[in-house]
Structures are given as structure tokens and as C-alpha cells.
Design a protein around this ligand. Sequence first.
Ligand code: ACM
Length: 630
Amino acid sequence: MRPFTYLLLLLTTLAQAQKTPIYLIPQPVEIQEKTGSFVLNKTTAISYDRPDAEVTANQLAQRLRRATGFALPVRSVKTASANSVLLRINPTPNATLGREGYELSVSPTGVVLSANQPAGLFYGTQTLLQLFPPDVDNQTIVKRAWAVPAVRVVDYPRFGWRGFMLDVSRNFFTKQQVMRYIDNLAQLKINTFHWHLTDDEGWRIEIKSLPRLTEVGAFRVPRVGKWGEREPPKPGEAATDGGFYTQDDIREVVRYAQERHITIVPEIDVPGHSMAAIAAYPELSTTKDPNTRVNPGATFAEWFPNGTFKMNIENALNPSDEKVYAFLDKVFTEVAALFPGQYIHVGGDECYKGYWEKDPGCQALMKQENMQHVEQLQGYFMKRMEQILKSKGKKLIGWDEILEGGIAPEATVMSWRGIKGGIEAAKMGHDVVMSPTTFAYIDYMQGDPTLEPRIYASLLLKTCYEFEPVPEGVDPQRILGGQANLWTEKIQSVPHAEYMSFPRVWALSEVYWSPKAQRNFAGFVPRMETQMARADRAGINYARAAYDPVVTPTLTDNKLMVSLDGGIPGLQIYYTLNDGMPGRYDTLYNQPFEIPEGPLTLRVITYRNGQPIGRQITVTRDELLKRVKK
Ligand code: ACM
């Protein structure tokens, strides 16, 4: 090599070594790395050129002040000046960017962020914040240099509906806890917060014209322990456990979300999942049982292997009673006034029709409407819901069961039992949001069942990441986007909710924002790890389960075989079958192996760069056999 070439290579290598890698979530459409960096200091100004950019400018300054301790003046200006972060609204819209896109340009002299709308500026500032060292998310001041690599980012979302659902019925989260969630979601460019406000276990929203909904429906008898195995309420036992949001609370959360460009979709789950409402107003059901209580997590349903079920306590509203529609009109009048978004979610899932079948009023309605099957009563009910919502200027969205018994003409379908309901609805010309159990149910276990709190199903981070919301043969225009759904039967705290959410919501935020071609799980891993460093500073309790080995047993010719996966790429997996604690001097996994007969225990652990990184899995041969046979 000639000396000059050698010198050039050395300099390039040095420059590259100094370059901070750019690790963003969700991955933008386009990133061009430039030379040098911008360094924020105490005199850097946060400027904006139009009044509608002021809120975002203030939010950015606030976020930056927390960890840097710099005063960072916020100013209205006409043009960019040195040492400033300028937020610009494009005077003529840039068609590529759309409503939520942005263009971010960082150079050694300053930062210019432009967008067509404030939402785009908000997302651009989230990207800018992620370009800072992870310390920027620290909750107290860190003394250090605040450099941002020079870069040009052009970015806009793949989908307009990038959602997260939180169930606050099974477990009540305070408004402060909900706002903390909203804040964390907005940083991932999630723009829809689906608030599951009512269910059998609690009605959580104040309806002023129907005070018993919260006086009675928001509280249940206190119980601890495993959901589904809890004791039902005893006669006369006081319901002291619960909570609800007043209308002022709701308005506060709505405003908080709006400032972060998140639309709240409230869900009032009807006609099933309504035991809390029926406890408050027993006349809403067919049996009108005055002893109906809010369920505290006791079992009241039987599930059969063919997927059908039976409710041993009536938890559905009576579709044949006009008073039920008058009740729902009152509920939706108040709900519609509180939430400015265009959608209201009316549930529609898992409605047991056994009580309807036996009810003379329902039978009469079926006869009158010439219905052949009891399912059609749900179709009738949902069409009435759509009329009520339309009269209040709102659109109906419901779980995919709303396809059964005749779908309401303009309904949007949220596909949860896989994607087949979504495909069917899209083919019928309905809009669809994809949130199938198979990719988006983050209440499922994210690691080995021996390590995680037990739930009946699993959903690994990698599987979330590989979700493709637009099925083949479906008009992509019909797929509004997708969601992550967090049901909280088994989740009683914010740390647990965060553990279940992250990193899987990081993965799903990318599924819903980033171009399909940009997605790559191996590329996601270092970005996830940087996000973990940010979350450490922000005090977010994410899971590290993705580093655990994934153990898959199979039975081949009566031999018990096991294959192991490192969870994320690039890990080494070591195992023992000799009751030794597994480590780097044990067997390195490279292909599926047999577990011979005998009272054996498999122990597995993952390593990276010579250090253990995942948790150890310990599982007996008998347990592995049980898993295969399931
Ligand atoms: C649902 O998970 N029941 C929508």
C-alpha cells in the first residue's frame, strides 16, 4: 500500500471510529449521514417561524432543559440563525411529507426542522431527541457534551393509525399513569391511544346522566391473586376496590394527548363485556338480575375447545329493549362530547347470546325483523349503535365480531382473532385496523413460560417485529394501520405494564411507521439496545426477555428433539443435560439434539462476547414432553 493511501485509510478509519452511530426507533424513511456534529450549549435558541409551531418548540426546550440544565430560550424568528434549532412550517406543503412527515437537517452550525403541520414538527423533534446521547432522557441534569451527529432525515409514516390499547377496566390506572403512558407512546410516533374504558370488571368513565355507572360500576370487592381463580363477591360484601375518571380527568388526558398528537379512541364495550354496567343498572340485561355484581376476577365463563363459550352470569345488554338504546344514547352523547376524535369503539367482542336465545323479547324482535339466527341480533344492535354514533358526528369501530350477524354499513373493523376478519372486512370495502393476537397481543408472554408470569399464549419480540399488516390481495388503502393491545387481567402495576409493553411496542411502532423495506430484525437490535439505554435514563421498566433462549421441543419418531434459538441474532447458546449450571465451557448449541429418556433436566443460557446475557432456562424432560403434546 502506498503511504498516501495508507494515510487516507487511517484517517477514514479514525473518522468512522469517532462517528456516533445513528440508532432511531422507529427507523426513518431516509437518513443521510453528514460530516461533523452540532453541539447544543446553554445559549442555543429553540426558534420557530409560525405561531402553530410554538407548542412543539416549547415542548422540545422543556425536554432538552431537563437533562442538560441549559436555559435554551424559545423565540419566534423569521429566518434561521447560527446556534439554533429552528422549527419551520412549510409555507407550501411538501407533498411527500404529508400531514405527519418532517425533514430534519442537522449541521455543525445548527438544526433546521421543517414540516407541513405541527404533527410533523412534533415527530421531527422526537427524532432529534433520539439523535442526542441517551443521557438526554435522564430525569436530572447530566454534565457532559451534547452533540448531535450531522444528518439529513426525510421521514413520514407508512400508516395513519399507529395505535396502542390500554385496558383500564381489569386494572385501573390513574390519570397520571395514563398520561405517562401517552408520553412514552408519543415518543415512538404512536398517534392513537385506544382506551378500553369499560368491561365486566369495571366501568371507568363518569357519565353524568347515569351516575350509578361509576358509583356502582367502577368498584368491585377487593381480591388479590390469580385472575380467574378469585372468589366471586359474597352477598353483602362491600365493593371497595376500583376507580374511575371524572369528566374533568378525561378532558385533561385528552388535552395532554392532543399536545402530543395522539388521538384517543374511547371504547365502551357493548353489548357483551357489560357486567359492570349491568351491576349498576340490572334492567339493561334480559334476566335483570338485581344481584349482578362487578366481577372481581372470578371465572364466570366456560370456554370450549372449538372456541365457543358460555357465560354463567349474564354480561350482555338486551338488544330487544328500547330502554337499552336510550341508555346508550345518553352514554354516547357524553362520550362524544368528551373525545374530539372521529372514532368511538363500541367493542362487540365475545358476546354470549345464550340469554338472548331464551328471552321472549329477543325472540319477538327476531320474528319482527325476520332473523333466522340469534347472531343477527348483534348485527341489529351494531347498526343501531352506528345510527347513534352518526347522530353525534362519530364513526363506529368495533372488534371483528361485528362482522357476524351483518356488519353496520360504515363500520371500521379491528381485527383481533388473527387477520382473517380484517381481510374479509377490507374485501367488503370496510376500513380495517390490524391488531391480531398472533402479532399484537402484548399481554401474552414474551419469553419462556418457566421465566415469565404464566399466560396461556406467547408472543416473542421477533414475531411482533415481523408483523405485516397488509395481507396479500387486500387493497392497502383499506388497512388504516395497526395496534399493540395490552389487556390487564394479569397486570396490576405500571412497572409490569411497561415490562409487557417494551420492547415489543418499540418493534410494533416501527411496523406501523417505517417503510416495509427498511425493516430488518438484526438492524433493529442495536437500535433497541440504544432505546434500552434511553429507557434506563427515563426510568421505563422494559423487558430483557428477548435475550433469553427460545426452547422448541418436537417429537420425531418418538424421539424428543429440542431446537434452541438465541432470541436475537448473534448470541451463543450453551446447555447442559447433566444437572450442571450451563455456561461457556458447556456444550455450544449448533443443531437440534435429542433428549434421551430418563429423569433429565435441560438447562440453557445465552452469551454474547463471552458474557452471559439472557436468563437461564431450566426445564425437565417431562415438561418438554407436555409442551410438545399440547
Ligand atoms: C378481545 O381480545 N376480546 C378483543
